[in-house]
Structure formats: C-alpha cells, structure tokens
Design a protein around this ligand. Structure first.
Ligand code: ADP
Ligand code: MG
Length: 283
C-alpha cells in the first residue's frame, strides 16, 4: 500500500507505559458491522467494568450518531485532534452509558488526507494523540480500552488506526463475499506490522449478521473457520432486528433491549475479548 511506504522511516517514539488496550475495528468493506460492534462491544465492556473510549474515525460519524451524540456536541471532533488543533481528551464526550465515552467525528474528517498531504508523521497522529491521553489521565478518567471505529477503506485514517493499535478486530459479515477482501486486509496489517507498528496483531475475527436458518450463512462460517482457525471468536453475532433498530434511538442495543439475542451476543463477545486479553498477557 503506497501510503505505508510513504510514511515508513518516520520517527517512532516509544509508547507511554500503562496504556489502555487499543483495538481497531477494521474492514475496508462497508456495512459489515464495524460501527455496530464498536458501539455494542464498547457498551458491553463498560457494562462489565471496563472504562472504554470509542474513537470515531469514520467521517460518516455513525458511531457518534448511534450513541446519541448530537451534532451540536461535536464542536471538537477527531478531525480537530488529527489536524493538531486539539488534544484527544478535549474532544471526548460522555455517553448515556456509564464508563463509555466517545471522541466523535464529523464530515470534516473526509478532507484530512488531502489537508495533511505529505506532512511528516501523518500516520502517527492518532497514536501520538492516544499516548498523550495517558500522560494526563487521572484515576477516574483513564481508559482500559480504546476502540477505534474505522472508515470502510484502507486510507490514511485506517492506517492511523492500525499504527496506533495493539490489535485489529475484524468484523466479517456472513455473506457470500465475506472472504473476498479479507486477504487484502490481512496483507495491509502485515505491511503496517513490518513498517509502522511492529507490535500490531490480529485480535480476532467476529462473524456478524449470522442467520442459522440460512445455508449460505452456515457455509460462510465453516469456510472462515477453516481459513482463519482460532483467530475466529467462538461468539457469532446473529442477525437481529433489535440491533439494527437501536441506533435510530441513539442507543446501544444493550440499552435499547438488554434481553434480546443481539445484546446477549455482544456481552458474550466482550467476555471472550477480555479472556483473549488475559491469555495474551500471560504469554
Ligand atoms: P459498518 O460500520 O461496517 O459499515 P454497520 O455496523 O454500520 O457496518 O452495519 C451496517 C448495517 O447493518 C447497519 O444498518 C446496522 O444497523 C446493520 N447491522 C449490523 N449488525 C447487525 C446485526 N447483527 N443484525 C441486524 N442488523 C445489523
Ligand atoms: Mg461504520
């Protein structure tokens, strides 16, 4: 990927100690469940006691809207942070969910790549902003998880997310073309790993919009599990109308309908993510 070659060789400062776990929700395909997973995994992690910051890195701002953040409350957004006019903490707004905060985005973000041009260090804007977040944390406003909601492309925004992250979480929709594009994504991760961020890994692949009555859905699950093995989380997110209704009320599905199968699945996914974190740390 050209953008990675261009920014490679630029300085790489070490990370501050005790930083939160930083996970990017990435897949260059649109409509696969990145934003839905950012919102609901974030909510589920917060529900079980983690302190979570969602960074909305999509100019569409769906994560911000889905969490009920009014446009008027986005006067300081991730655009201001990445362009260097604000610190990440200045952009953060609380959500209705305790322990869940968001750095919202606006359409301005779509112009960032052009505006930054060939500015040195442009791939590390987000990494540096998150590092600064830790240095001025207090016990009640530090985060244990940062979830980055990526746009549906492999552009400078996604590269910033990958350069800033410990690991990538890939939502994959259970449909015919699911595996198409996955190899390109994995290739990009490898490229970022060998250049901008040697510590980057794949946290896991989460199968979304699973429909057990659909033979195709079952076939896709079998194929993805065969291809990606243990990288695929055991938890699958079912296709569930409550999940798709919730954002129009500006609520995570866990707040909209805690008892539905979608909420249950995201809670299960959160425990699996935490379990995987423990295993990683033990090694
Ligand atoms: P992305 O961020 O990858 O573009 P979204 O999370 O916005 O994808 O999801 C795309 C659409 O699919 C949205 O309308 C969302 O509400 C819907 N959706 C996502 N996950 C589910 C699900 N498990 N069941 C039903 N609808 C879903
Ligand atoms: Mg999205």
């Amino acid at each position: 990927m050209d953008i990675i070659d261009q920014v490679y060789q630029e300085d790489r400062a070490p990370k501050a100690p005790g930083h939160p776990r930083i996970l990017a929700l990435a897949n260059q395909k649109g409509g696969v469940g990145k934003t839905t997973t950012a919102i609901n995994l974030g909510t589920a992690l917060a529900a079980i006691g983690e302190r979570v910051l969602i960074v909305d890195l999509d100019p569409q701002g769906n994560a911000s809207t889905g969490l009920g953040i009014d446009r008027r409350n986005r006067s300081c957004s991730t655009y201001d942070v990445l362009i260097g006019e604000a610190g990440l903490r200045e952009s953060v707004v609380p959500t209705a969910v305790p322990r869940l905060h968001i750095a919202p985005s606006t359409m301005d973000l779509s112009g960032l790549e052009l505006e930054l041009g060939t500015t040195p260090g442009r791939a590390f804007r987000l990494r540096d902003a998150i590092a600064a977040l830790n240095t001025n944390a207090t016990p009640d406003n530090d985060y244990t998880y940062v979830l980055i909601d990526c746009p549906p492309s492999l552009n400078l925004l996604t590269v910033n997310a990958m350069a800033a992250s410990d690991a990538i979480l890939v939502p994959l929709q259970c449909e015919f073309f699911a595996l198409e594009g996955l190899s390109q994504l994995l290739q990009t991760v490898e490229q970022v790993k060998s250049t901008l961020n040697p510590n980057l890994s794949i946290h896991g692949i989460v199968l979304t919009m699973f429909d057990s009555r659909n033979n195709l859905s079952n076939q896709v699950v079998a194929d993805v599990r065969q291809f990606m093995g243990s990288k695929v989380y055991n938890t699958m997110i079912p296709r569930n109308v409550r999940i798709s209704e919730a954002p129009s009320y500006g609520k995570p599905v866990l707040v909209y309908d805690l008892k539905c199968v979608g909420s249950e699945a995201y809670l299960k996914l959160a425990t699996e993510v935490i379990q995987r974190e423990r295993e990683l740390r033990a090694h």
